[in-house]
Design a protein around this ligand. Sequence first.
Ligand code: FAD
Ligand code: SF4
Length: 492
Amino acid sequence: VEHTRWLFGDQLGPYFLDDEDQQVLIVESRRVFRRRRFHRQKAHLILSAMRHRAAELGERCTYLVTDTYREALEQVEEPLSVVQPTTWAAVHFVDTLATEREIERLPARGYVTGRAEFSRWADGRGRRRLLMENFYRDARTRNDVLMKGAEPVEGRWNFDADNREPPPKSGRLDVLEPWWPEEDEIDAQVRADLDQMEADGYEFVGEDGPRTFAASTAEAQAALDHFVEHRLPLFGRYEDAMLTGDRWMAHSLISAPLNLGLLDPLEIVRAAEEAYVAGDAPISAVEGFVRQVMGWRDYIWNLYWYLGEDYRNENALRATTPLPQWFSDLDPSGTQARCLSWAVSSVREVGWAHHIPRLMVIGNYAQQRGWDPQALTDWYHRSFVDGYDWVMVPNVVGMSQYADDGVLGTKPYVGGGAYINRMSDFCGDCVYDPKKRTGDDACPFTVGYWGFLNRNREHLSGNFRMGQVLRNLDRLKDLDQLLAENPEFNAP
Ligand code: FAD
Ligand code: SF4
């Protein structure tokens, strides 16, 4: 007989099963919500998605609600099969179970490039040579995406240079708004259960609100179709820009359903490619989007495994400052920096912000101030609807905080107020002045930029890409005054 497929909560799409009448086990473990103070809307989304899947599967699905996974598994006697889970901890758990009972372990699904293929590309290159751009080109070639024979269509692999425009002065993008789900009785039940859990002492952060992200494959497909038809053409151009009045801009909002396993990433890529072939979306937009989905996402997924289990603990810049309470609590009134307060509000209100607020506002601020990268990883993980261990560890430890000393990025992602001012409309109404380094209205990002360079001068001097900015630091006339006003940026 075929084994019962035990599905984790992020393995909910059809491609995690092997045939039409396979039996399924889904476990809702309450212990998960005790370990971390998750965003209320994230807890809602995951429970809603799991229960929607169970409803779709009907009698084929055994759905157990228990404190721990182990308690649930004790109630099930059949032999099980499991698609490789998405975290180191869960993989070890399944490995241990497999010494106790019959469990067939299958390779991971839900990524364009598998671990073996990634190793073939990466082995022998050395840790600092694992460049995303090279990986991405290899993946495009292997999967024949946006290719003309052995060459990229239109003769270029990379359209990033076309995708860095500042936001339009009008303060809004001329683009149809995203697809939104409608809540149903499953959501009503999830909300009632979460209210009860709160009454029983479970703690959540962030606001509750109508569900914003897709929770079933049908919904995710509708969201994707809507994006490809109406929003993809504008995706690239303003990809890096931020607008006070429009947190979504032309982003796809696909990360949450994608990371729940509801969509197959290669199908997403093919849908975008078709829009290009049909002449409905420009190459800069389509290439930019494909780069995110089969480039960045797969690269992050694979590095999570390839760099090993201890990678999460790296802390090259020895950053140990604890996160402030207001930040942990998602309280935007904890800062007067308008950009940061806006980004924290977005996380509080919907558990989401696009890539640039994550990287150049929140991550940048944290890195400047030397916040503990492991605590920060945990914060992102619990606060974002699309956050899972595999995706947060490399994005935060590596890309955002440079705690890996330059594996994911060749230099730290730090920037001052000038960058944020150019790429957003935040600074006009801010109490601070993005150009000021000293005085009462000095911009905390500008101060933090120079302060970060000063504090880490010695460590960064080994990085040739930092040479120019360190020379600029040496020429800064008011550095002493900046450090007198902000002594936390003195070198240790
Ligand atoms: P779009 O802008 O429309 O991009 C399309 C898709 O590309 C995304 O849905 C996502 O699946 C993929 N993608 C792009 N960049 C990345 C990346 N660096 N890592 C993984 N996937 C990527 N993304 C997550 O899915 N989960 C996370 O927990 C997460 N944490 C992040 C933390 C930090 C500090 C940073 C800098 C980035 C993080 N990202 C994460 C990547 C990215 O910011 C989000 O995927 C994106 O903002 C989600 O919105 P979207 O679906 O509208 O994306
Ligand atoms: Fe942010 Fe500085 Fe601009 Fe204020 S002035 S919005 S703190 S970058």
